[in-house]
Write a protein that binds this ligand. Sequence first.
Ligand SMILES: Cc1cc2nc3c(=O)[nH]c(=O)nc-3n(C[C@H](O)[C@H](O)[C@H](O)COP(=O)(O)OP(=O)(O)OC[C@H]3O[C@@H](n4cnc5c(N)ncnc54)[C@H](O)[C@@H]3O)c2cc1C
Length: 487
Amino acid sequence: MASIALNAHFTTTTCDRKTTEITRESLKSFVGLRKTTFENHHSLTLTKSLPIRLTNRRLHNIVATKSSPKLTGRNLRVAIIGGGPAGGAAAETLAKGGIETFLIERKLDNCKPCGGAIPLCMVGEFDLPLDIIDRRVTKMKMISPSNVAVDIGQTLKPHEYIGMVRREVLDQYLRERAEKAGATIYNGLFLKMDMPKEPNAPYVLHYSLHNGKSGSVGEKCKLEVDAVIGADGANSRVAKSIGAGDYDYAIAFQERIKIPDDKMVYYENLAEMYVGDDVSPDFYGWVFPKCDHVAVGTGTVTHKGDIKKFQLATRNRAKDKILGGKIIRVEAHPIPEHPRPKRLSGRVALVGDAAGYVTKCSGEGIYFAAKSGRMCAEAIVEGSENGTRWIEESDLRKYLEKWDKTYWPTYKVLDVLQKVFYRSNPAREAFVEMCADEYVQKMTFDSYLYKTVTPGNPLEDLKLAVNTIGSLVRANALRKEMDKISV
Ligand SMILES: Cc1cc2nc3c(=O)[nH]c(=O)nc-3n(C[C@H](O)[C@H](O)[C@H](O)COP(=O)(O)OP(=O)(O)OC[C@H]3O[C@@H](n4cnc5c(N)ncnc54)[C@H](O)[C@@H]3O)c2cc1C
């Protein structure tokens, strides 16, 4: 889902300091990314005191990376499981980088349940053609629990927008581009993988080849490869194969609703986000425009059993604007809440949802999936010197280090934001009130659209900090009043 309103100005220095103090506790749940740093550190310090055999193994790994054997007669072989944005982007980078690349996707016309909102920087960074983008959203309405609507997007420059795509279109485009670059695409269901019994032995993947577009399961096949990228989404079998551990997840529910043409005019370049206990206790409801329909949805981590109730409430809140609409598709899917405890084992790495790279409280994962797929593939290309050398776990670890360094603060800040602003209806009212501020809007859009932290204006930051505290104090006071009423 679009995270724009929540990817806010908090990434600026002033608010970083403030949010860090707000809740140390909330960071505890952010296990995955911390773990890597810890593991690295841990392995280095332990090496001295470990039994000789283990020490040697570690040394062997390190030495092997520096002078890993040259491959003769063939290039490095890498399989990617899953052909969503993570898998497609990884496959293209690997194939272009001289790796013998295989991508296994169970459903080539897969229509992943998804809002399909992507940031502008993805269009540029992944060179996406404009004709695969259904809508260019330039207006966003944030709607509070008491239905106060705040228009955001007024600060956008003429060329700026949030892209709305259909996943069946985006995913297919990325896969086809990978194929053109030289990747071999199999329409198959990955079943399991045999781990190498010796250090330089291959992984043996078992999959069933599907019969063209019918989706029927075909013959059982095996594929030997030197490394594996798990891009098989939230229910990743690759993650299970390497014992990557679980993550908390939200369940997201979405209905695609075909609304009359005159109603569609309203949503032409506009998206809506609804907050409130009725639409979700810990997330938000949305109406996103697609080519000829709207996607209406919501999600929750804490009250999964009530998801249909929240969906009904979201639809009800938007009812005047979608009146006469016909539901053409109903879909639901888990959204990871944080990275898995382990994202790498030997020559197997996880990317995208399989790794758990969705920003908390906003549910944004398409860009992060494609980006992590590409980053992981780049580490393999680099480590193998364009497919000519063997690789080790340490080569793949470079991807994790780069990832964590680049995105850990973003995830951390959004985690904190959710805890502060999604905790009660008064806090949500305060949040929507803050969104009316032009400066908030500018910083919000900049950080969402470009995934970078733009330095703020110190005076405006100060004003914003004061306003934020004011809003929160008012929210708190209001909450106390409401608590009194409900006693
Ligand atoms: C309702 C909903 C709305 C969302 N809205 C947005 C949004 O608006 N913007 C946003 O940025 N993010 C959104 N997200 C999150 C986003 O959809 C994911 O983060 C993103 O799809 C992750 O991409 P991925 O490539 O890692 O995994 P996926 O897109 O899940 O792709 C995994 C692929 O692997 C394939 N696969 C799985 N298992 C196997 C197997 N055993 N063998 C072969 N193939 C397999 C699947 O068929 C699939 O094609 C939303 C999520 C949900 C559920």
